[in-house]
Design a protein around this ligand. Structure first.
Ligand SMILES: Nc1ncnc2c1ncn2[C@@H]1O[C@H](COP(=O)(O)OP(=O)(O)OP(=O)(O)O)[C@@H](O)[C@H]1O
Length: 361
């Protein structure tokens, strides 16, 4: 099931477009430590920016600062060329969708969705039409007279989304809106959310610590660490060619191997040589990432490094082997199902270092 919407797909814009939302050196520190520091960020109109990072890295703080629920200590926030910091929360016309859907329990679905319009003194007729339209967009028309407790979690979250979009916000902010739902509903709802955001041309900032969600929803992804943005780019770039060790490790790109400079190339602690053209003359390289499907396994001595398979895990894309190399280093190798090895099998390991991705600290 997908949301229906009037326009076709609004093409995602890229960072090259004029920024609609702009943050300059935004800092918000708590007296007890934590918060965000020196955040620079732009979001183009119609784009969804995902803030991705582990618990406590400052994602919610940044989102709440955008919403006006927190005042930054310093820095500037502009929306559509207008300073936002001086505008009170209720005048920003920014909608938020939270992890817990926070619906009014004694109000019907219709009244929950109408609430924001009522607060904005939208007339009764107009209100009814816009609520009906929002409920249609989230596929809940037939549930309009129910109370929240008479809905499933996924349906309640769709009410929260309807409530957010009905006011035609200038910006929609979402803080882990799908994380309390079970996997199947989460996957379904995130596809619907993307469809809806694109169809309505909504500009949004979406917080998550789940990288599959970030990949699915983001036009761009900002990876956060300890209150700062450490990597920013299109999903395909952040995932396929991260530039920082932190990002590669956080995204679980299986093999992150420390390297040191060696002539015109690099060398791993285990002695493997990485050609210089991989790192293209970069001087800040401290490690490389190598996808597990770029590591070949063989049972015959083909010149590879000897090792023993320690862990075997079946995954949607094949079989992941965790191999302990002679000397103790570990490498992960992904093979097709028919070419897998069982635990304790001695193997020879050949990493395709020419496909390694250089990483800075
Ligand atoms: N109201 C507050 N008072 C003091 N410290 C806070 C407050 N809110 C958050 N912090 C601290 O600031 C840091 C960032 O918190 P924040 O909630 O922004 O992180 P997050 O990335 O959204 O985490 P999560 O994914 O767990 O929600 C954390 O160290 C947190 O303990």
């Amino acid at each position: 099931m997908t949301f229906t919407h009037q326009s076709g797909t609004v093409p995602a814009t890229t960072e090259a477009s004029a920024p609609y939302l702009r943050l300059r050196a935004v800092t918000k520190q708590y007296p007890t430590g934590g918060g965000v520091a020196g955040v620079d960020l732009t979001v183009a109109k119609g784009d969804m920016l995902v803030l991705l990072g582990p618990s406590g890295c400052g994602k919610t703080t940044l989102l709440r600062t955008l919403a006006g629920l927190l005042q930054p200590d310093s820095g500037a926030i502009e929306l559509d060329g207008q300073d936002l910091v001086s505008v009170p929360t209720f005048r920003r016309n920014i909608s938020m969708v939270f992890q817990t859907w926070a619906l009014f329990p004694t109000m019907t679905v219709r009244d929950n969705v109408a609430f924001g319009l009522k607060m904005r003194h939208v007339g009764k007729q107009d209100r009814a039409e816009r609520v009906a339209r929002a409920l249609e967009l989230v596929g809940l028309t037939e549930f309009a007279d129910r109370l929240p407790r008479q809905l499933s979690g996924g349906q309640q979250q769709r009410v929260a989304v309807a409530r957010a979009i009905v006011v035609e916000p200038r910006l929609i902010l979402m803080d882990e809106p799908l994380s309390s739902l079970d996997h199947r509903i989460r996957v379904q709802l995130r596809a619907q959310l993307k469809d809806l955001q694109r169809g309505l041309g909504l500009t949004g900032v979406y917080v998550t610590h789940d990288h599959t969600e970030a990949l699915a929803l983001g036009d761009r992804i900002a990876v956060m660490d300890a209150g700062r943005i450490v990597e920013l780019g299109r999903p395909v770039d952040v995932f396929a060619r991260p530039t920082r060790r932190y990002t590669a490790e956080f995204l679980g790109l299986a093999n992150v191997v420390d390297v040191s400079a060696d002539g015109d190339g690099y060398r791993t602690a285990a002695g493997a040589r990485i050609p210089g053209d991989v790192t293209a003359g970069r001087s800040d390289v401290v490690a490389v990432a190598l996808r597990p499907d770029c590591v070949r396994l063989s049972q015959t001595d083909d010149g590879g490094t000897p090792g023993v398979v320690r862990v075997v895990e079946y995954q949607p894309g094949g079989v992941l082997h965790d191999v302990e190399l002679t000397g103790g280093a570990r490498l992960q190798a992904l093979t097709p199902v028919g070419l897998s090895y069982s635990i304790d099998t001695p193997v020879f390991v050949t990493p395709e270092w020419s496909k390694a991705v250089p990483l800075a600290d």
